[in-house]
Design a protein around this ligand. Structure first.
Ligand code: ADP
Ligand code: ASP
Ligand code: MG
Length: 417
């Protein structure tokens, strides 16, 4: 008898009809002879609505209270899904993250899972019961409910699959798998059959929402193979697995496997900082202490012993960053802090980049041909990212997708290695 973890995202449990459809799929899996653990997100839009409710009270709510509020979203879904499954004549029980034994560190809003104590889940599975777990939430050492960062239900599912040694970890959403770019933006994006953990990690970190990047990190660490697929179709989706497994299946490796983008970025620039050792250390350690995740950073060359530092953070951290920088700018005697919310990050990802030069040049050339200005650049072994004006984003995605041969019509850019 196999053990399957099935995770359904917000769009799959957005209303009563969809919840009944999810219940059908779960019951079908159970009747096929599997033990089933289901992880669900809050109904689509609920987490954003809850965040908006908190903003109506204060623009900077205490993180602990925010987590208690946000955790309520997933509790709506577990109870309703469990009712639907019971109504269909199968035994099901809903568990909150803390009840399911998901234990996190002490940080709020982006807590990390420290361990999973699956005692209760195992006891329920032994009683032939379907266990429905609230994603995105955990219990910390202080006994508080915390949340795991946006998209965190994926992480709950992968952590449970790892801890329970599940035979399958299926992540269901409103698309048929991982595509060469967001299929809602580029109509001829292609579904990828297999993708390595490393490429998926870079795509997810660069904004490809279909999987949360930390869930891919944990999947890689524990060797959990993820099957990303659609709630609304029976077609096979994308398998996220190790490079070795893909090679064994003799797949062609594309030089570039996908284009990702992130609209959720804000660019900050601190102007006229003294050009002295320790300034960057001070700024970024203060931001880290405030729980701000800094993404790209550039520092300009010094002129008259002064320079500027620009960096990006997610929009969610805008207020916290402003508060910290107002204090720091005074202390460090910088002349000004400016920010721009109208920027986006666009990234080209592919394992083939390791052994092929020229991808960066080609990317910049494609953007240049469309008159798109690049404001910041960062690279890793298998990714190149640029910050651009948000108004240029759709054109940039379409042109890069075409230019790197990812469209259905012009597949050409293969890595022959
Ligand atoms: P869920 O609510 O099920 O967790 P998400 O909204 O988090 O689903 O993720 C699915 C969405 O991710 C899709 O609707 C799609 O618009 C977006 N997406 C972005 N990049 C990609 C990609 N490369 N492949 C597939 N979907 C993508
Ligand atoms: N409900 C949370 C969010 O919207 C977690 C998730 O959907 O995975 O980010
Ligand atoms: Mg998601």
């Amino acid at each position: 008898m196999a053990l399957v973890v099935m995770k359904f995202g917000g769009s799959s449990v957005a209303d009563a009809d969809k919840i009944k459809l999810v219940a059908d799929r779960v019951v079908e899996k159970k009747k096929a002879g599997n033990k089933v653990v289901v992880v669900v997100s809050a109904p689509g839009g609920t987490t954003d609505d809850l965040l908006a409710m908190s903003q109506n009270i204060t623009s900077n709510p205490p993180d602990r209270e925010l987590d208690i509020l946000l955790a309520t979203g997933e509790m709506i879904s577990i109870s309703l899904l469990s009712m639907a499954i019971n109504f269909m004549g199968q035994k099901a029980i809903s568990l909150t993250g803390p009840q399911a034994g998901i234990i996190a560190d002490t940080s709020y809003t982006k807590a990390r899972i420290k361990k999973v104590n699956p005692k209760k889940i195992k006891a329920m599975l032994a009683k032939d019961t379907i266990v429905v777990v609230a994603g995105f939430q955990a219990l910390n050492a202080k006994g508080d409910v915390t949340t795991l960062g946006r998209g965190g239900s994926d992480l709950t599912a992968v952590a449970l699959a790892a801890q329970l040694h599940a035979d399958f970890c299926e992540i269901y959403s409103d698309v048929e798998g991982v595509f060469t770019t967001d299929p809602r933006v580029v109509k001829d994006a292609r579904k990828i059959e297999y993708i390595s953990y490393d490429e998926m990690l870079e795509l997810a970190a660069a904004g490809a929402q279909v999987l949360q990047s930390r869930s891919v990190e944990v999947a890689k660490k524990f060797g959990v193979e993820i099957h990303s697929r659609s709630t609304f179709s029976q077609n096979p989706g994308t398998i996220i697995t190790s490079k070795e497994n893909i090679r064994r299946k003799k797949m062609e490796a594309l030089l570039v496997s996908g284009i990702a983008f992130d609209k959720n970025q804000v660019k900050f620039t601190i102007i006229d900082l003294p050009d002295l050792p320790g300034i960057a250390a001070k700024i970024f350690s203060k931001l880290a202490k405030a729980g701000v995740n800094v993404d790209m950073i550039i520092q300009s060359a010094a002129i008259n012993k002064k320079n500027d530092i620009s960096f990006t953070v997610s929009k969610q951290d805008l207020k916290k960053t402003q508060i910290e920088l107002d204090k720091l700018a005074q202390e460090l005697k910088a002349s000004q802090v400016i920010y721009d919310e109208h920027v986006s990050k666009i990234s080209v990802v592919g394992i083939g980049m390791k052994s092929n030069v020229g991808v960066a040049g080609k990317m910049f050339e494609i953007l240049h041909k469309k008159g798109i200005n690049i404001e910041m650049i960062s690279t890793s072994e298998i990714k190149i990212s640029c910050i651009i004006d948000e108004r240029d984003l759709t054109t940039a995605v379409e042109e890069l997708h075409k230019g790197f041969g990812l469209s259905k019509k012009n597949r050409s850019f293969y890595d022959k290695a």
